[in-house]
Write a protein that binds this ligand. Sequence first.
Ligand code: FAD
Length: 469
Amino acid sequence: KPTIVWIRRDLRLTDHAALVAASERGGPVIPVFIRDGGVDALGAAPKWRLGLGLEYYAEVLAGLGSGLVLRSGPAREVLEDLVGETGAEAVYWMRAYDPDSVERDRRVKEALTASGVVAESFAGHVMFEPWTVETQQGQFYKVYTPFWKAVKGRTVPVPRPAPRALRAPPLWPAGERLTDWHLGDAMRRGAAVVRPYVRLGEAAAQARLAVFMRDKVDDYAQARDRVAEDGTSGLSENLSLGEISPAECWHAGLRAMQAGKAGAETFLKELVWREFAYHLMWHTPRLLTDNWRPEWDGFGWNSDERRAEVRAWKQGRTGVPFVDAGMRELYVTGRMHNRVRMVVASYLTKHLLGHWQIGQAWFEDCLIDWDPASNALGWQWSAGSGPDATPYFRVFNPVTQRERFDRHCVYVNRWIAEGRTRPSQEALSYFDAVPENWRLSPGDAYPRPVVDVKEGRARALEAYAMRAF
Ligand code: FAD
């Protein structure tokens, strides 16, 4: 009797507990991906990137003699139908931790179990499941450093090898065509502009990890802040869709540490930031939607998306080169350096007093490494409303940040074309990427700052002080 493996954000073969368990049952394995409301609600870039990931993953499965069935609709109904059509005895999947998925999965499990189908979920999208880490008082963690101390010595199971083959069913259930889903429709710049920056699939992710461990991890603790360099792993894109497991990255980091590579522990710590974000999201789902600290509810962030300054921020036209470079990098590559994410987020929420949710939504629309937990935590951290956040009086100065982390303006020059006699290809590609109605051209004058950097800081501090926390 077949086992259905419900594929979600786990587009890999290695360290995939659900696939392993399904193949160990001995019967045919039917991998299925369901386009439900959660998929439809994704932002433009993550949805487009998911489409690429699915196309690739279907090929990988085909290479194993298997396949990927695509169906649309509410997950419970789709799975019940599939069970009915195939006579499957079990449905397996990898656990998700965001509130909507948790609720959906609970209902699916209940319904399947009630009809006598084995419904089982497995860990793997995070290493330390949120309910397994608690303080001595039995509480969840609200601050990163004690969380790190609590998990750093734990044993993370060694990644399981990919199954060598997956038995196909005698007859494949009918599926839909990926192209009919139009996952890239809202991402007009996707294929032409962003695609060259994508590293697609498990093999690319594993290669990326190997190169990082061989060439970069030693210097990672310093290089990770030099924004013009490719000094980080770049794995967030793959981790986001589960094209590589965090445990595989963790074990590579541990081996590097044992080999005496200096930056390896810093890398493990960064992986644990991701875990921490999931921990907080699971324990306090309001991380995604509300000020984590309710005392911020009365703060006067401006939620007006149409404000000229906010439009300038999205378009990389604030007149502050470091901020603009970051916003353009985001638009063209679907990613942004972590240091610059912090700077542009501080600039929006503090210099422009824009609501962090505006930034959260814009990132959700533009990032190919979009992750609900890390994005929400990053924004609430920057705004000051998060659990473990920058204090409100810490306003990143985008000018001194540029001086420290892009000393020779390599990054800024890479992304800003206006006023340059010979702008870089990347800087020019931004103008190919933007919609026509933004009416931007590389020949435009570079804008004057929408707010003076010093005045914006003073205004932010005043507004924050008035709140008198
Ligand atoms: P590396 O430096 O190589 O780190 C290794 C891995 O550790 C990353 O791939 C990532 O999974 C994890 N990691 C590193 N830093 C963080 C962090 N601060 N928080 C959580 N996990 C981290 N990351 C996302 O994956 N998706 C997002 O949507 C996202 N939104 C962000 C929004 C804001 C405002 C900020 C400040 C940060 C955000 N981050 C997000 C975190 C971070 O910027 C990226 O994870 C990082 O830039 C990815 O690059 P990398 O893979 O080369 O990271």
